[in-house]
Design a protein around this ligand. Structure first.
Ligand code: AMP
Length: 125
C-alpha cells in the first residue's frame, strides 16, 4: 500500500527500526549521513537502498526541510555507494518513489540503486 507522504514521520517504520538496530539489514555502506543496504526483494542483479540517517518521510519532505549539509551529505553518499558497488563504469539507474502516485511503500526516504544489467523501459508499472 502506498503511503500518505503528508503524514508526520512514523518512528515505527521499518527503515527507522533498521537505523536503530532493531531489525537486521544486509549493509553495504554507512557514514554519518546515510545507510545503504540490499533490498530484501531485489528487482535487478544489484538493488541497493540508500536512506538518510535523519527522519525524513519522503523526497518531498527531505528537499523541503533538509539542511544543505544533510542534502549534500546524502547525495554524496549515494554516489559513494554506486562507486563502491563498481557501477560507475557500466552505469546504473536511480529511482525515488514519492507518495501515493509514486507508489512509495516505506515512509522513510530511500533512493533505489539498480544495476548489473541494462535497463530499457523509462517507466514501468
Ligand atoms: P518503495 O516502494 O520505494 O517504498 O520501496 C520500498 C522497498 O523497500 C521495496 O523495494 C522493498 O523490497 C524494500 N524493503 C522493505 N522492507 C525491507 C527490509 N526489511 N530490508 C530491505 N529492503 C526492504
Amino acid at each position: 500500500m502506498p503511503i500518505d507522504p503528508k503524514l508526520p514521520y512514523d518512528t515505527a517504520n521499518i527503515f527507522a527500526r533498521i537505523l536503530r538496530g532493531e531489525l537486521p539489514c544486509n549493509k553495504v555502506y554507512e557514514d554519518e549521513h546515510a545507510l545503504a543496504f540490499h533490498d530484501i526483494r531485489p528487482q535487478a542483479p544489484v538493488h541497493v537502498l540508500v536512506i538518510p540517517k535523519d527522519p525524513f518521510v519522503s523526497w518531498d519532505d527531505f528537499t523541503a526541510k533538509g539542511t544543505d549539509a544533510q542534502i549534500a551529505g546524502f547525495m554524496r553518499a549515494v554516489g559513494t555507494v554506486t562507486r563502491q558497488l563498481e557501477l560507475d563504469a557500466p552505469g546504473y539507474r536511480l529511482m525515488v518513489n514519492m507518495g501515493h502516485d509514486g507508489h512509495q511503500e516505506v515512509p522513510h526516504l530511500h533512493v533505489h540503486i539498480f544495476g548489473g544489467r541494462q535497463f530499457f523501459q523509462m517507466i514501468g508499472d
